[in-house]
Design a protein around this ligand. Structure first.
Ligand code: GLN
Length: 385
């Protein structure tokens, strides 16, 4: 039999996020590319997961997650997001927020349906849609504000558009949706009866006291919205793969059905770990924010000194910077050149756009231990000297 690869994968290439990590490891560089987030796991979360393993809580959980975790999520949604969600019928714990997104696509859309994904985008969203046979419609938002408005959203719609994805705080832009932007989405979603899917994994990482707004809590979006959140970033456990989707019961049930088919359940002992983490005192989140805010300042200063003219993000832990000063013909070359010259990895901007705009940018991640970030910043600063 001749080798046959699904047509859906023809346009799919390995992400530059991973390619840069591989190259960075080969040359022993400091990785500010992939959002690895190698900060220590909070002891509360770590110890509860270890205890669950010792207690032999290692068998499958229900496909929608252990009830105690769903109850903790429900309390948190009410407290922090203004979303009322029944833990028994409206919350599905998933194998990372990527699984929540993939299951949502497979459960609620059909091949040939269209999904609007604003740019700059997180490439995994685009690729997950392609694997599901969903057509991606782009909508380019402009730096430095990346504001969404009703007219440009309307202009991005095609006859087959069924849904729009909102990532707030955004990866890679850090843009945090304003109330007016969410109201515009609600207006257009109502006109065209669109499903709204959000990715709010960076909800707790935000600066200058900005408030995170969950679209499902605003306007009349609740009944047409799937809210996706995750624990990777909040508890620095990117490798644990734990996230969740929140949706009205019929949609949540369909998402759980697909999650069961693809994954059976999210890792059970780790679900116990994060359940404990939900009891973290408010200072935990304040300290995390203060820590990221100081890392953000440090990186902003270094990239400015290096002549890369960065944009200060409103939330999340990425920073976009201009690649022009590196005098390369595209962003991939610029990222490789930077890695060769100073041993610091970034992600080429092309990973975040479908058109040529991406070639002007590099993305840097500052979710690093201070010692590594300081060394990376010192190297970047020397570049500007
Ligand atoms: N979300 C992280 C990033 O944007 C990591 C994703 C990944 O490894 N694919 O870098």
């Amino acid at each position: 039999m001749s080798m046959s690869i699904s047509k859906r994968l023809h346009e799919l290439a390995q992400s530059d996020i991973r390619a840069m990590t591989r190259r960075c490891m080969e040359v022993g560089g400091i990785n500010l590319g992939q959002g690895i987030c190698d900060l220590p796991t909070p002891p509360l979360v770590r110890d509860a997961a270890i205890q669950a393993i010792l207690d032999r809580k290692s068998i499958y959980s229900p496909c929608e997650g252990i009830l105690r975790l769903r109850q903790a999520i429900s309390t948190k949604l009410e407290r922090d997001n203004g979303i009322a969600a029944d833990p028994r019928s409206e919350i599905v714990v998933t194998t990372g927020s990527a699984a929540a997104f993939a299951c949502t696509l497979h459960a609620l859309l059909d091949p040939g349906d269209g999904l609007v994904i604003p740019q700059p985008h997180y490439g995994y969203h685009v690729n997950a849609a392609r694997v599901a046979g969903v057509e991606v419609h782009s909508l380019v938002l402009n730096e430095p504000e990346y504001l969404l408005d009703a007219d440009s959203l309307r202009a991005s719609l095609r006859p087959n558009t069924r849904a729009i994805l909102l990532c707030t705080p955004g990866n890679p832009s850090g843009h945090m949706l304003r109330r007016e932007e969410i109201e515009c989405v609600a207006e257009v979603a109502r006109e065209r009866d669109l499903l709204v899917i959000t990715d709010e994994i960076y909800e707790y990482i935000r600066y200058e006291g900005r408030e995170h707004l969950s679209p499902a809590a605003l306007a009349d979006l609740g009944p047409r919205t799937v809210t996706i959140m995750g624990l990777s970033k909040t508890f620095s456990i990117t490798g644990w793969r734990l996230g969740y989707a929140v949706a009205p019961p019929a949609m949540a049930e369909a998402i759980a059905l697909v999650h069961d088919v693809f994954y059976i359940c999210a890792p059970t002992p780790l679900q116990y770990g994060v359940t404990a983490g939900f009891a973290s005192p408010p200072d935990f989140f304040e300290e995390m924010r203060a820590d990221y805010a100081s890392k953000r300042e440090r990186l902003f200063g270094a990239l400015s000194t290096a002549g890369l003219d960065p944009i200060q993000p409103e939330g999340a832990y990425y920073m976009l910077a201009r690649s022009a000063a590196l005098n390369c013909s595209n962003s991939k070359e610029a990222a490789f050149s930077l890695l060769e010259r100073c041993g610091v990895a970034s992600v080429p901007g092309a990973a975040f756009y479908s058109g040529p705009q991406g070639e002007d940018w590099l993305r840097f991640c500052f979710a690093k231990e201070d010692a590594d970030l300081d060394e990376a910043c010192a190297r970047l600063e020397r570049l500007g000297a």
